[in-house]
Design a binder for this molecule. Structure first.
Ligand code: SF4
Length: 227
């Protein structure tokens, strides 16, 4: 079991320093070439791997290009085009509805504010943050996905449980210039080492500052349960 630094700001700084060194090229892993493609890819990526989304989007983006293309596509046709993605029926509905709104209310442009984005179907704060950061260069918050949620709790950076509360908590302790990279570094670390099941603590650069470290720690602070 490692010992987290105090106060939490110091723990965050140390974690960031080490992860920047470990993952120097950390960035978003979805493929897209414009804001609409980014929005569609992020909607599709909920509860699905980026790898699968990229595979599906390679064909999807050839077939549909404009918001009108998606909005006018029959539900069954669009659902069929994305049917290897989790919750494809619902996601097809969200995409058609969001694209109809973009076409009719936003002159065909993906909006650039949190409030307008989160009014679109299928777009929550997490999706909106990704679109703002990577589509518009606007960093208003921290994207809290399942990796960020799990690892920040394991590292005692937060004790909050819901993504919304975790984000608010992180905004107080993560330096603003790191808000965007914080997420990507956590995702890379979550995929490579600090996996949900059986993390590789023996090979983790954060082991000595991680109170969840398995070797002589009893509890996974992400779940609050024994390893
Ligand atoms: S891999 Fe283990 S030591 Fe590293 S951050 Fe995750 S729980 Fe902590």
């Amino acid at each position: 079991m490692g010992t987290p630094l105090e106060p939490r700001e110091e723990q965050v700084e140390e974690v960031l320093d080490r992860l920047y060194e470990e993952y120097p090229d950390s960035t978003i892993s979805l493929n897209y070439s414009n804001r609409l493609e980014l929005l569609i890819a992020v909607i599709l990526s909920a509860q699905c791997t980026d790898e699968r989304v990229n595979k599906v989007c390679a064909d999807l983006f050839e077939t549909y290009e404009t918001p009108e293309d998606y909005a006018n596509a029959p539900q069954e046709e669009l659902a069929e085009a994305i049917n290897s993605i989790t919750y494809y029926n619902n996601k097809a509905k969200y995409i058609r509805s969001a694209c109809a709104d973009i076409a009719e209310q936003h002159d065909g442009e993906v909006p650039d504010t949190m409030s307008e984005l989160t009014e679109l179907a299928g777009v929550g704060r997490k999706t909106a943050n990704v679109v703002l950061q990577h589509g518009h260069d606007v960093v208003e918050g921290i994207v809290v996905d399942t990796h960020v949620q799990r690892i920040t709790r394991r590292l005692a950076i937060t004790e909050e449980e819901s993504p919304k509360k975790i984000e608010q908590d992180l905004l107080d302790v993560v330096p603003e210039e790191d808000w965007q990279q914080f997420t990507h570094l956590m995702i890379d670390h979550g995929r490579a080492t600090c996996t949900a099941i059986n993390p590789d603590c023996g090979d983790c650069v954060l082991a000595d500052v991680c109170p969840s470290e398995k070797a002589d720690g009893d509890v996974d602070l992400a779940s609050g349960e024994a390893w």
